[in-house]
Design a protein around this ligand. Structure first.
Ligand code: HAM
Length: 442
C-alpha cells in the first residue's frame, strides 16, 4: 500500500531543498545586517496563546488551526504563525528585563494552517520573519518595511539589462489608533447591518465578534457588498494619518515607493497602526501568487500575553512563495547551479581508492566534491558528470596513477589538463575561484 503525503503538505527535495536553503540564508543574512538575532521557539504551543494573540475573530483561529488534546488533556496547537510564540518566549524568558530596546529577533520555521490547498497555499508551509519590540518610532516601521522590500528585491532582481515583466510592489495601510478603529468598526457595523442577513455564515459570525474581519471575506457575492463598505482612511485620526505619511515619506527617501491600499486590513487580530504587504505583479498588474509576505505594527500583543506594555512591529515571508517568485523570474538550468565543483572518477579499482583520498584533499578546501565508487569508462564518466551538473570531472586511470597525476576536464570550457596530485589542492581552488569571477563578470 502506498502512503501519500498528507494533503496540503509537500516534500522539498533535490534542487528545491537547495533553493529553500539559499532563500533562508539570504533572509537571515539581511536580518543580520539590520541587527536581528535568531530566536527559535517550539512548533507546539498552548492553544490559548493563539486564541488570545492571533485573535478569536480571525479565520486562522476559527477554522485553520491544527489543535489536539495531548495525553495530559491539554489543548495544544501546531503554530499557524510565529509572532505569538515569539511574544510568549519574550515573556517566558523575561527577555525584556534590563534589555536595550528594541529587542530584535528573526526566525525561520514551519507553520500549519488547515487551508484549502492551492498554488502558493499549503497546510504546512515555512516562514521567515522578524519582530522588533519596544520602540514606538515610525522610523522603525519604515526600517522594517524597507528591510522586507530589500529581501524581496534581492531575491527577485533580474540580471542587469534584462527587462523583467514583473514588478515588486509594497502596499501599506493604517488600521489607526484605538479611537480610529472603534469609530471605523462602528461605521462598518452600521453599513453591514442592512446586508448581513444575505451574507455568508462566516461574515455573520465576524459581524458579531469583529466587523473588520468581514473585509477578509473571499465569497464573490459578499465581495460585491464589501466593495462599497466605508474606508478606513475616512476614520483615521490626524495622528494616525501623519504617522502613515511619515512612514511613506521615509520609504521614499530610500527610493521605495509604497502604495496605500485602503482595503488592506490583514487577517490577524493583533495589528494596530501601520500594516503592509509585498506582492509581485505581472504585466497586467495582477499579484502572481498572493502576498509574498506581510506584517504590521502591534501595540498590545505583548501585554495581552502577560508581558510589559511594549509595542512591536514585524513581518513574515512565506518561503514557498519566495521560491515561486525566484522560479518565475529566473527559470534556470538548476542542475548546473547546484552540481558539485568536482566529480571524481576511477577508470580502475586502484584509482577509486586514490580518489577516496583525493576527495578529502578537495573537501577540506571547501570545494564541493563527489566521488563515483564504480569503475567507469572515460566516456561514461563524462556523461555522468554532465548529468549531475558538475563543473569539472577528474579522471584517474592507469597512466595517471603511474605518474601520480589526475586529469581535470572543465565541462564548461572543455579545457583538459594534467595536474600532479601534490598540486591539485591549489589548482582546484584556482579553477573554482576563477569560475565565480567569470560568472560575476558575465
Ligand atoms: P501572514 O500574512 O498570515 O502573517 O503570513 C505571512 C506570509 O506567510 C504570507 O504573506 C504568505 O507568504 C505566507 N503564508 C501564509 N499562509 C500560507 C499558506 N497557507 N501557505 C503558504 N504560505 C503561506 C503572519 O503570519 C504574521 N505573523 C506576520 C507578522 C510578523 N506580523 C507581524 N510580525
Amino acid at each position: 500500500m502506498e502512503i501519500y503525503p498528507v494533503k496540503g503538505t509537500h516534500d522539498i527535495v533535490e534542487n528545491d531543498a537547495e533553493l529553500y536553503r539559499s532563500i533562508e540564508e539570504t533572509c537571515m543574512a539581511v536580518a543580520h545586517f539590520y541587527g536581528y538575532k535568531e530566536i527559535r521557539t517550539p512548533i507546539i504551543e498552548h492553544t490559548n496563546l493563539f486564541v488570545r494573540g492571533v485573535g478569536e475573530s480571525s479565520d486562522i483561529v476559527n477554522k485553520e488551526m491544527y489543535t489536539f488534546l495531548d495525553k495530559g488533556e491539554r489543548s495544544i496547537t501546531l503554530r499557524p504563525e510565529l509572532t505569538a510564540g515569539v511574544m510568549r518566549s519574550i515573556v517566558s524568558n523575561k527577555l525584556y528585563v534590563n534589555a536595550d530596546l528594541p529587542l530584535k529577533y528573526y526566525y525561520v520555521g514551519p507553520c500549519f494552517r488547515y487551508e484549502r490547498p492551492q498554488a502558493g497555499r499549503y497546510r504546512q508551509f515555512h516562514q521567515f520573519g522578524i519582530e522588533a519590540i519596544g520602540s514606538p518610532s515610525y522610523y522603525l516601521d519604515a526600517e522594517t518595511i524597507a528591510m522586507g522590500y530589500r529581501i524581496a528585491s534581492i531575491l527577485s532582481s533580474s540580471k542587469e539589462g534584462e527587462n523583467s515583466p514583473y514588478k515588486l510592489k509594497v502596499y501599506v495601510n493604517s488600521l489607526g489608533d484605538e479611537d480610529s478603529r472603534a469609530n471605523y468598526k462602528e461605521a462598518l457595523k452600521k453599513y453591514f447591518a442592512k446586508h448581513i442577513k444575505n451574507m455568508c455564515g462566516d461574515c455573520k459570525r465576524r459581524y458579531e465578534i469583529n466587523p473588520l474581519r468581514i473585509l477578509d471575506c473571499k465569497v464573490e457575492e459578499d465581495q460585491a457588498i464589501i466593495k462599497d463598505a466605508p474606508k478606513m482612511s475616512d476614520y483615521l485620526s490626524e495622528d494616525s494619518k501623519l504617522y502613515l505619511n511619515n512612514v511613506i515619506s521615509l520609504l521614499k527617501e530610500l527610493g521605495i515607493e509604497a502604495t496605500i491600499d485602503d482595503g488592506l486590513v490583514r487577517g490577524l487580530d493583533y495589528y494596530t497602526g501601520v500594516v503592509f504587504e509585498y506582492h509581485l505583479l505581472d504585466e497586467d498588474g495582477k499579484s502572481i501568487i498572493g502576498a509574498l509576505g506581510g506584517g504590521g505594527h502591534y501595540a498590545r500583543l505583548l501585554k495581552e500575553i502577560g508581558g510589559p506594555d511594549l509595542e512591536g512591529i514585524g513581518l513574515a515571508f512565506g518561503i514557498e512563495r519566495l521560491a515561486y517568485l525566484i522560479k518565475t523570474i529566473h527559470p534556470v538550468d538548476e542542475e548546473k547551479i547546484y552540481g558539485p565543483d568536482f566529480y571524481l572518477f576511477g577508470l580502475n579499482e586502484e584509482a577509486i581508492e586514490e580518489n577516496f583520498k583525493i576527495s578529502d584533499l578537495l573537501r577540506v578546501r571547501t570545494l564541493s566534491t563527489e566521488v563515483c565508487y564504480e569503475v567507469k569508462s572515460p566516456k561514461s564518466a563524462i556523461k555522468t558528470a554532465l548529468r549531475r551538473g558538475a563543473y569539472c570531472a577528474i579522471l584517474v586511470g592507469e597512466d595517471e596513477l603511474a605518474k601520480k597525476q589526475v586529469t581535470i576536464k572543465n565541462l564548461t570550457t572543455q579545457e583538459q589538463t594534467s595536474v600532479a596530485i601534490s598540486d591539485l589542492g591549489d589548482v582546484a581552488s584556482d579553477i573554482i575561484a576563477k569560475r565565480y569571477v567569470d560568472v560575476e563578470g558575465e
